[in-house]
Write a protein that binds this ligand. Structure first.
Ligand code: ATP
Ligand code: MG
Length: 224
């Protein structure tokens, strides 16, 4: 029998996208779609954070944010929803999510965490961050931002990147975890922060996010 890590054997592979999703928008959705296509994932799981450790308590409940994610990914056969972080109490740490995914999926499924460049610059502050890469791969996408300087990587993360970097997308399908890669995606300068601001001012958020999610926001009087 050939061992995992054998470059000729493809193992089941899923992508995961965690976030506050306050609210979900086309930046999240388009990035996930393009990575699913170019890196060949059978499934991309959206995992909303109940209590994001690096943010103030979101203005909108986890239940509303999760409901908007469900609406946003509806009708896409590749996108799935996972409420594992909503079922836990306390801070929503990615390490705990990965450990529970490993319990569910076992050690022979490839798991790839999707991450925007802004999130990666602070990766070394994540809870038990060094225990994350043995549990999953990471694919980084450049996020358009005015503050490129602020996105400069700390030395620690440069080394991390160097040690785990792979250009070869096949690595994500032949090993369950351990590689970091980067992929270009269509640059959409959309953020939940800007969307919340738009709603606050009574501006339209059309063409930044799915209509169904906009309707939900109006129906529940959110972001006033
Ligand atoms: P906020 O403005 O409230 O921080 P956000 O738009 O950054 O919200 P998050 O829920 O924080 O959205 O992001 C979840 C993940 O999606 C992060 O890894 C983030 O980098 C990535 N992401 C968010 N928006 C985009 C975008 N427009 N393009 C690419 N990646 C994105
Ligand atoms: Mg953000």
């Amino acid at each position: 029998m050939k061992a995992i890590g054998d470059p000729t054997i493809q193992i089941p592979s899923i992508g995961i996208l965690g976030g506050t999703f306050n609210p979900i928008h086309f930046g999240h959705l388009r990035m996930a779609q393009e990575l699913a296509d170019t890196l060949n994932f059978d499934e991309v799981r959206f995992i909303p954070a109940a209590n994001p450790p690096h943010k103030n308590t979101p203005s909108i409940s986890a239940e509303h944010r999760a409901a908007m994610v469900r609406l946003g990914i509806a009708n896409n056969p590749v996108f799935t929803f996972d409420d594992c972080e909503l079922r836990r109490t306390g801070a929503s740490y990615t390490i705990d999510t990965l450990l529970s995914l490993r319990e569910e999926l076992g050690s022979q499924t490839s798991i790839t965490l999707f991450m925007g460049s802004d999130a990666f610059t602070k990766f070394d502050t994540w809870h038990r961050w060094q225990e994350i890469i043995p549990l999953c791969h990471i694919v980084l996408v450049q996020r358009p931002t005015a503050q490129t300087e602020a996105n400069k990587l700390p030395k620690l993360l440069e080394t991390f990147l160097h040690n785990h970097y792979s250009e070869n997308g096949d690595d994500l399908h032949t090993s369950p975890a351990g590689f970091v890669t980067m992929r270009p995606v269509t640059a959409l300068d959309i953020s939940s922060t800007a969307i919340r601001e738009a709603f606050k001012h009574g501006y339209s958020a059309r063409y930044l996010m799915p209509d169904s999610v906009i309707e939900y926001i109006h129906a529940h009087n959110l972001y006033k």
